[in-house]
Design a protein around this ligand. Sequence first.
Ligand code: FES
Ligand code: FE
Length: 459
Amino acid sequence: MEPVEQLVRADEGLVKRAIFSDEEIFREEINRIFSRAWLFVGHESLIPNPDDYFVSRMGSDSVILTRNRQGEIQVLLNSCTHRGMKLCRYDQGNNRTFTCPYHGWSFSTDGNLVERPGELVGVPGHASHYKGDLDKKQWGLKRVAHVHNYKGAIFATWDAGAPAFEDYLGDMRYYLDSALDHRDGSPGGSIVIGGVQKWRVGSNWKMPAENFIGDLYHDISHRSVDIVGIGPSGGRGRRDAMKGRVAIAFPALGHGLLGNLPHYEEPEYQANYAADPEIEKYYRDVHQARIRNLGNQMRVRHRVGTIFPNMSFHGWQPRTITVYHPISPSEMEMWRMYLVDADAPAGVKEAARHYFLRYSGPGGMTESDDMENWTGATEASRGSIAREMYFNYQMGIGHCKPVPELRGAVVSNEFTEENARAYYRRWGQFMSGKSWDELMPTYEIKDEACLPLTGSQLP
Ligand code: FES
Ligand code: FE
């Protein structure tokens, strides 16, 4: 593999195309990023009851998200410890034990049965064939090192030495809150509706991550739905999209978003569902509850952002979570989950479901525009000539400022590629094999964190 500092020259806004196509780099991403970073594995509402499970992915590994009878959530490697058979071949369900279809070993998901979930509880022929010599305690399913339930979103890491999730997330949490906790404390929280959409895309997994971290520049891609006025932007298109909004990057953590700075007033209520009085009333009440509940807390509103390495989310409405699972250098599996308040009326949930289907996912009007770009860029960048070239992320270098209220954040109120530079700088740090001590910031904001400060005035 080429030296990482040649692959990513983030301060200059240059990223070598090989990182979107090279097999060896892809293998190293799995080892150096996906086996260490905190990864999103699912939402607690997918496993509401004891013994519920949901099969997810962490990098190239299949994992099972389970809830035991004590309500505890665990993440287990979906591979039998005997000879590796994929233990659970369904997407989700309810099961107290998983029995391997190959030779019949069975594993518990229930803390009542054995000390810990994932324990090996049944071995055919344990007495007769193994003569009782097999130590079942040694052969339980592999568990992740840490699991964290953040407002219903479940994150996990394989690395026992990883920092606490909330340190990994940093002050990006204010923005993730806007997606996970619609009213900042609504009863029952949020739930995923309509199942999980999963589909394969012929794109490198980083392309959507960098798109959702703050690519406001790609308005031409969605021109057709904007022109006819049926896209999420309505009839006005996206050319005024920066008005009142900012691009915020956390260069030391690799996260970023498009949204608003803290302490802005809650924006005026917009009647998005004026045609239906029930839905209209619901969202108007939510708006008031949000203003009330937020009180003097940090107020933020955001549109879209990415948490390094492979999870994005939309806050406010519509609220979604998206994950990009790496399959190969040129293929990913994209998952989308759609969130609504658990206690929302049925009509509101149904309207949200229709909204999501219209714009997002494999058949969505805007997502299909994006997928065409990601697959086209992946395909056209892997030839012997193309892969030696660099992508350009030079927009707005030197035009950003630190955000005093947010630890380690920088902001621009103009179109910028600062967020993508932050993302790839972080990618380079992980790929260089740095220790967690080196990876985690101390939050002394240094000027070079956001490059030369010749920035424009903030709103
Ligand atoms: Fe699972 Fe043999 S591979 S029991
Ligand atoms: Fe888009």
